[in-house]
Ligand binder design. Structure first.
Ligand code: ADP
Ligand code: MG
Length: 215
């Protein structure tokens, strides 16, 4: 994918309300990963995006997901999987702040918290579920209060840490209950061998953006 540069969020086909929300929290200019991934996501493409930590990967997927969600809101619309509790809460916070004007409902499914309470939250059909693999797999195996069968988006945040390692069993459990047709957005700090392999085997036309290293 060729590198694009952009001066404004308005150039990325984002709705004005999303741009207003960004401005209200001091986010005025898109970062390179946002400029390069948001238009492709809005076009319905699967995207693999790599850029170093702190480069704004969360909003690169959260903004286009929120825009699409607005057009056809139903829950559970998007599933975001991330390796740690801390990352899950950080991602959920960004969704909550930007999604405030549309009364976004979200829930965080991570270990160390009450399973029953989480099960009830899932049963309320939040638009966005942000989860760590272990706890989400536990819920899938132990209760039937919710369904992930109609998700529109699957996001693997820190995808290189989620694939091809310790999380394989849990990720396998989760993937089994997801619909075949969904838009897959995989973000990580580097395009590792696993992501490269995924790109080779995936049926769809995946857009890959890797932010060039700074010189
Ligand atoms: P990454 O996932 O790439 O490590 P994050 O998405 O967590 O990075 O973003 C890191 C920080 O940068 C967050 O505090 C976020 O609010 C901020 N941020 C995101 N996009 C922008 C932007 N376009 N301009 C300024 N700050 C931004
Ligand atoms: Mg991140």
């Amino acid at each position: 994918m060729s590198e694009k540069t952009s001066k404004a969020f308005a150039d990325l086909n984002l709705n004005p309300w999303l741009i207003r929300q960004c401005t209200s929290i001091g986010i005025k200019v898109p970062t390179p990963i946002q400029t390069n991934c948001i238009p492709a996501i809005l076009e319905g493409k699967d995207v693999i995006g790599a850029a170093k930590t702190g480069s704004g990967k969360t909003l690169a997927f959260a903004l286009p997901i929120l825009q699409q969600l607005c057009e056809d809101p139903y829950g559970i619309y998007a599933l975001i999987i991330t390796p740690t509790r801390e990352l899950a809460f950080q991602i959920a916070d960004q969704f909550a702040v930007i999604g405030k004007p549309i009364n976004l409902k979200h829930c965080v499914i991570v270990g160390g918290m009450d399973m029953v309470t989480q099960g009830k939250e899932l049963a309320k059909r939040p638009h966005i579920v942000v989860a760590t693999p272990g706890r989400l797999a536990d819920h899938i195996e132990s209760c039937n209060t919710f369904s992930l069968a109609r998700i529109k988006f699957l996001v693997l945040d820190e995808a290189d840490r989620l694939l091809g390692g310790q999380f394989d069993g849990q990720i396998g459990t989760i993937f089994k209950v997801l619909p075949k047709k969904k838009q897959c957005l995989f973000f990580s700090a580097t395009v590792t061998d696993t992501l490269q392999k995924l790109k080779e085997v995936t049926e769809t036309d995946v857009v890959v953006y890797e932010q060039p290293a700074e010189i």
